[in-house]
Design a protein around this ligand. Structure first.
Ligand SMILES: [Zn+2]
Length: 314
């Protein structure tokens, strides 16, 4: 990623960050990276991610098992189908405190040639909150919109590893968060991928959650692999976005954790400081006006930079 710094200096007059990244990736196309990325169209668009987020929010509250999440799943699939790759629905039943709930992860695989895999994931269900009209713009509209746009970018990217884009269902607890009431989709996929051998091929899983806040501050998650936190910070610093990535934080329980517990290298990219004292989180205040395309752009650039970096070491 030293190339990033050098090229950014060369183009210090460049004011449009999308163009900057395009140029950076263009110059980085040498040696191992030549096989890893193609420049044309290979740029994450934060505005597009925000537009997808808005469409997701328009489905209303969308907790696991609801009619709304079923409709939204149909929409997500319709956005992903034209991208090519191997698209599948991973249906299962979550055993929740209120009984069995039908759920489905959405998995889009772009096959590579190395035998290894990289995974970018997030959740698309929203928490059911009694008496509240919950938009879930940031949680989980932002991860939903992000992943659709990211899948589009990956579909145009040359890569040697298999790249999976995964939309988890059932991240939210039905009652109070516990090991057995939360992260239904990721826990299910760890079992499934453990059984079929996919788990052992994963070089890294990068999970995103609540990444649309206008006031973006991604915490340092202690449950993530330290070398992936370091990679994230190095890429972010190289892009001039280091200020959005705090070097402090605690251990976060999210969809990456079941994979970490199974021995997979993981990173959770999450901003858990949403509004004053996190007061927008899981409340009626989690609405579209709190989000920005710029924040999604920052995270998109960093995750894409990380993928290219990881691919270059394949
Ligand atoms: Zn949540």
């Amino acid at each position: 990623m030293q190339l990033f710094n050098r090229v950014k200096r060369l183009f210090s007059l460049e004011h449009h960050r999308v163009s900057t990244v395009s140029l950076v990736l263009g110059f980085a196309l040498s040696g191992a990276l030549a096989n890893a990325a193609s420049v044309t169209g290979n740029i994450f668009d934060g505005s597009a991610a925000l537009a997808y987020t808005r469409k997701a929010v328009a489905f209303g509250e969308r907790p696991s098992g609801s009619e709304a999440i079923g409709k939204m799943r149909g929409w997500i699939l319709s956005e992903l189908k034209p991208l090519g790759g191997q698209l599948s629905e991973d249906h299962f039943t979550g055993q929740t405190p209120v009984g069995p709930v039908t759920m489905a992860n959405i998995i889009l695989k772009f096959p590579g040639t190395s035998g290894k895999a990289l995974v970018v994931s997030g959740h698309y269900d929203t928490k059911k909150i009694p008496m509240v009209k919950f938009s879930g713009a940031n949680d989980a509209g932002s991860s939903t919109g992000f992943l659709i746009e990211f899948a589009r970018v990956v579909s145009k990217m040359k890569h040697r590893d298999d790249i999976y884009v995964v939309f988890f269902d059932g991240e939210e607890a039905v009652g109070n968060w516990s090991d057995t009431d939360s992260r239904y989709g990721s826990r299910h996929l760890v079992e499934k991928w453990s059984a079929d051998g996919t788990l052992g091929r994963i070089r890294a899983l990068i999970n995103v959650d609540m990444i649309g806040d206008k006031d973006l501050d991604i915490i340092a998650d202690a449950n993530s692999s330290q070398w992936l936190n370091q990679t994230m910070w190095r890429v972010a610093d190289s892009l001039g976005d280091g200020k959005y990535f705090l070097r402090r934080g605690g251990g976060i329980d999210d969809d990456h954790k079941p994979f970490a517990d199974a021995g997979v290298n993981v990173l959770d990219i999450i901003d858990l400081d949403y509004g004053p004292n996190n007061s927008y989180w899981h409340t009626g205040q989690d609405t579209m006006d709190k989000l920005s395309a710029h924040s999604l752009q920052v995270v998109g650039d960093v995750v894409l930079g990380m993928l290219i970096d990881l691919e270059s070491q394949a």
